[in-house]
Design a protein around this ligand. Structure first.
Ligand code: FE2
Length: 153
């Protein structure tokens, strides 16, 4: 379990989805954030976190990419905007921690899960894209591990 509050401060998943749909037009990026949301909910259940809080972290984590598509702006400027619109500080700190260049430590377990799920979802989608049908339905654990380290098969 974690020491942070895991309280959305009155914000909801619907608020998060509105943030995404109002600011992200790229369908692939929306799907990526939905993928990270689903993975985060699963890891919350595994590690004893709050699935709504962890899932919302996953859903929001790249919300500002189309506004700030550089390391100078994302997620730092997006975090400032989240604070200004009432998202809780712990939540915003976790969003900042998912970028390797912000110097915000991944001090909470949900921070580490967000970092891992962000990469994991990218790997799963990349695995699907090398399958003949380019479908997630063709992806299993064995094929993901092959894509991740083909020399060890
Ligand atoms: Fe991401």
């Amino acid at each position: 379990m974690t020491d942070s509050q895991q309280d959305l401060g009155g914000k909801t998943r619907e608020d998060a989805w509105r943030l995404v749909t109002e600011n992200v037009q790229n369908e692939g990026l929306r799907k990526h954030m939905l993928c990270v949301e689903i993975a985060m909910r699963a890891y919350a259940e595994h590690y004893g976190g709050d699935p709504d809080y962890w899932g919302t972290l996953g859903l929001v984590h790249d919300w500002d990419w189309e506004i700030h598509p550089t390391a100078e702006g994302h997620p730092t400027e997006g975090a400032r905007m989240l604070r200004e619109t009432g998202w809780p500080e712990d939540f915003v700190r976790s969003i900042l921690s998912h970028a390797t260049y912000t110097d915000v430590p991944r001090s909470e377990i949900q921070d580490r899960a967000l970092f891992a799920c962000d990469e994991l979802c990218g790997l799963i989608v990349a695995t699907a894209l090398v399958k003949p049908g380019k479908s997630l339905a063709e992806v299993d654990a064995r094929s993901v591990s092959w894509v991740a380290s083909p020399s060890t098969r």
